[in-house]
Ligand binder design. Structure first.
Ligand code: PAF
Length: 280
């Protein structure tokens, strides 16, 4: 695996791959790689001849009271994991200038109304920051494919919209959520959970699943949201939101034929957890 830390070297290698006609997949990450990330790399490998992973903790997507400083940094372990999977190139920008040397040029990248609901409501500006870094990485890499996890459903939706507009040839691949055996969706932030919370956390997914069953019987979205919220609160989760929407992140009408999704974010102690379940 080739490891690069400057934009100049990265571009040089990309040009080389392109000149050889390689099909490139990009897997953008913030590091602290777990099996969820590794599944993205595996999917990338199945779809292309060369896989590029990036590790960059993007300051623009963290609010001022958020965990940018304490976000887990495990570069040596990450490198070993990627080597094992035979990732071809790892780009770890050595500083922010290697990514954002002209931030004013990115002002047009706004997540818009669908970036201001759900997680965007509790983390103002978060998705603008995500779109900016992903746009820069797409511009640098010009990949044929890029893989993102369905766990961050709203992020994936917004990246897909951005890609359609600015990178029409790029195919975004949606990768299934990887869960531990208790159902908890894997996330780098799970490492913040203390011993007690680690035992409670899997209830999040179970309560959401139960909520979907409840909706199927009651057919009442508002009542089901109250039911799920009460269940979460009873189990010590602080609820940020519980929302039933279409997979286009639009309001759900009772007789819709569109695909449906339940999305939620909670806090358990100081740790924010998100999850979602698509259902019919
Ligand atoms: O999902 C993440 O890890 C990040 O939001 C991403 C897409 C790598 C952008 O920084």
């Amino acid at each position: 695996m080739i490891i690069l830390d400057t934009k100049k070297d990265f571009k040089k290698h990309i040009n080389l791959l392109k000149s050889k006609g390689e099909r490139i997949s990009l897997v953008p990450t913030m590091g602290n790689l777990h099996d969820g990330h590794l599944s993205l790399v595996k999917i990338a490998k199945q779809n292309s001849s060369k896989v590029i992973t990036t590790i960059f903790i993007n300051p623009l997507q963290f609010g001022k009271d958020e965990d940018f400083a304490s976000y887990p940094r495990t570069i040596n372990e990450d490198i070993s994991k990627l080597k094992k999977l035979k990732c071809n190139i790892l780009f770890v920008p050595k500083n922010q200038n290697e990514v954002f040397n002209n931030i004013d040029n990115l002002e047009h990248l706004k997540a818009g109304p669908k970036g201001s609901i759900l997680c965007g409501k509790i983390r103002p500006g978060h998705f603008d920051g995500v779109l900016k870094v992903v746009y820069v990485l797409f511009q640098l890499t010009q990949p044929d494919f890029s893989v993102f996890g369905l766990k961050d459903f709203q992020q994936l939706y917004l990246i897909n919209q951005m890609a359609k507009k600015y990178f029409p040839k790029l195919k975004i691949i949606c990768a299934p959520t990887i869960r531990n055996k208790n159902g908890l969706a894997l996330s780098s932030r799970n490492s913040y959970l203390d011993k007690k919370s680690i035992k409670i956390a899997p209830l999040f997914y179970k309560i959401l699943l139960d909520g979907i069953n409840n909706l199927k019987i009651s057919k009442n979205v508002e009542e089901t949201i109250k039911y799920i919220t009460a269940n979460l609160e009873k189990n010590k989760f602080l609820v940020n939101y519980v929302s039933f929407l279409t997979t286009e992140l639009e309001k759900l009408n009772s007789n819709t034929s569109k695909r449906k999704i339940l999305l939620s974010s909670v806090k358990l102690g100081q740790t924010r957890l998100i999850d979602n379940i698509e259902f019919s």
